[in-house]
Ligand binder design. Sequence first.
Ligand code: PGA
Length: 251
Amino acid sequence: MENRIPLIAGNWKMNKTVPESIETVKTLVKLTADVQGVDMLIAPPFTSLWAVGDVLKHTKIALGAQDMFWESHGAFTGQVSADMLRSCGCSHVIIGHSERRQFFGETNQTVNKKLKAALAAGLIPIFCIGETEIERETQKTFSVLDKQLIQGVEGLILDDHHPLVIAYEPVWAIGTGKTALPEQAQEVHAYVRSLFAKVFGNSLAKKIRILYGGSVKPDNISELMGLPDVDGALVGGASLEPESFNKIIHF
Ligand code: PGA
């Protein structure tokens, strides 16, 4: 098996004020001081990025944002650019999360523009894909993932200096307490890797990290991490408490 370092990423979504964010991340830094061989990342809301980034300086935990806009600057009220995220200390940015797709009109085309802009600015995108419950029930899982992945990465230039992380998050498993069965997760992860290999070649496909997301908890993480094509997790609810997130990191 390829030597892929696991990545455990926490997505706080729209939770925590600045003081709450600082307190949480300070506790997390202490709890994870012994961690070796696992990459860690926190994605707080925009308002907490700078403050959390300040606490995370010189620690092993990386900083990520939850979204960005593809333009670099200008009259785009409410938007945040890749350079602004970099200036807060971000190394990563989540792009195409299903909640952005569901509530904020994100499409495969806007995802594609954001992925290009993130890579051009030197951010590592965590590119989210996943099918809804109805799509799974009607046997559309693989065609939906195909479209999300192929349209999302169109025209992207990836290499060792421009890496990408993929997160497979079945929409029916997000925040619902339902997790994909290990065989369902492995099946999709292996499929996504093979699809990625068709576009970018085998050697990059072997290196790329594919995270699983959707109701990841301390009690299901080790089974998921035991799957050959699962290289980490994107954790929502269970990343809000430093104790539970720490347990996941220590899978
Ligand atoms: P959840 O969220 O862990 O709360 O299901 C995961 C995600 O949306 O990234």
